[in-house]
Design a protein around this ligand. Structure first.
Ligand code: B1M
Length: 221
């Protein structure tokens, strides 16, 4: 059984590496049928493949089309698993409102979407603005819906500075601590979050939920 599971996780990683969206969808469906935890499917299976391609790309051993295809396959797999992730949450009081976005100049969406799904499953009302979002749109939406939290994702070392711009703008407008800011994304570290005076940082989607609860003073729920 363990061997079967290992093989399934390897097949999941492999289909992302090969950019096989159809196979990714089938394997994601299979994981649901056999009762795997959707977060295990993502982190032990599909993410292994997308990280591998990312490393290969970074080393100049894979090229943009492969990165694009891996991204598409990853997106397809996560889309199948999203309803399962949402089912993990139970009906409960609304935890708070979050405006979520990938910062301006950055079109990476998979991790941000995963964070949004996990927050929704945990009782947060999430407004996901999508990718490539400038500071004024992020702040404008947070004010419009009276959000307690702005969550920003950045996957590029060239775009992570945009997180600081949003925080500086919030400070300038006197909107903190009314609106708390959480940041994440592959190049983001706790040191970076401290440096830009974010209210919190998480390295993954599960941690993002814990952090968001802390930020709205509901860590015990
Ligand atoms: Co791009 N890319 N990419 N890419 N891409 C990286 C990020 C890179 C590290 C690859 C590499 O070179 N090794 C590299 C960045 C290098 C750097 O900045 N130093 C890179 C590059 C260079 C680029 C382009 C510039 C390539 C080019 O055009 N020459 C280009 C940039 C385009 C742009 O944004 N302007 C580009 C494009 C793309 C695709 C479009 C092809 C595709 C994205 C598809 C999509 O999102 N629809 C893509 C992909 C797939 C990747 C990698 C391979 C995988 C990213 C991913 O989806 N990971 C990536 C390499 C890598 O990260 N290993 C890479 C899976 C996802 C679940 O993880 O997003 O980290 P992640 O999210 C995690 C945590 O970070 C955290 O929780 C999530 C779940 O656990 N988290 C948060 C994320 N956001 C959070 C927010 C929070 C809290 C936690 O609070 C608000």
């Amino acid at each position: 059984m363990t061997e079967d599971l290992d093989k399934l996780y390897k097949d999941m990683a492999q289909c992302i590496i090969e950019g096989e969206s159809e196979v990714a969808i089938e394997l994601a469906k299979k994981s649901i049928e056999i009762g795997l935890h959707p977060l295990d499917t993502i982190t032990k299976g599909f993410v292994v493949g997308v990280n591998y391609i990312g490393d290969q790309f970074g080393a100049g051993e894979a090229f943009l089309p492969e990165l694009v295809m891996a991204g598409e396959a990853m997106k397809a797999a996560v889309a199948v698993l999203e309803p399962e992730l949402l089912k993990l949450g139970e009906a409960r009081e609304m935890m708070g409102k979050v405006v979520l976005a990938t910062v301006e100049g950055d079109i990476h969406e998979i991790g941000k979407t995963l964070v949004g799904t996990m927050l929704s499953a945990s009782g947060f009302e999430v407004t996901d603005l999508g990718v490539d979002q400038p500071a004024d749109k992020i702040i404008g939406k947070a004010l419009e819906i009276d959000a307690q939290i702005i969550g920003m994702s950045a996957l590029l070392t060239t775009t992570m500075v945009r997180q600081r711009e949003v925080i500086e703008e919030l400070d300038k407008e006197g909107l903190r601590p009314r609106i708390k800011v959480m940041v994440g994304g592959a190049p983001i570290t706790r040191d970076w979050a401290t440096k830009i005076k974010a209210d919190g940082y998480s390295e993954d989607a599960v941690g993002a939920v814990k952090l968001a609860k802390e930020l709205v003073g509901k860590a015990d729920q």
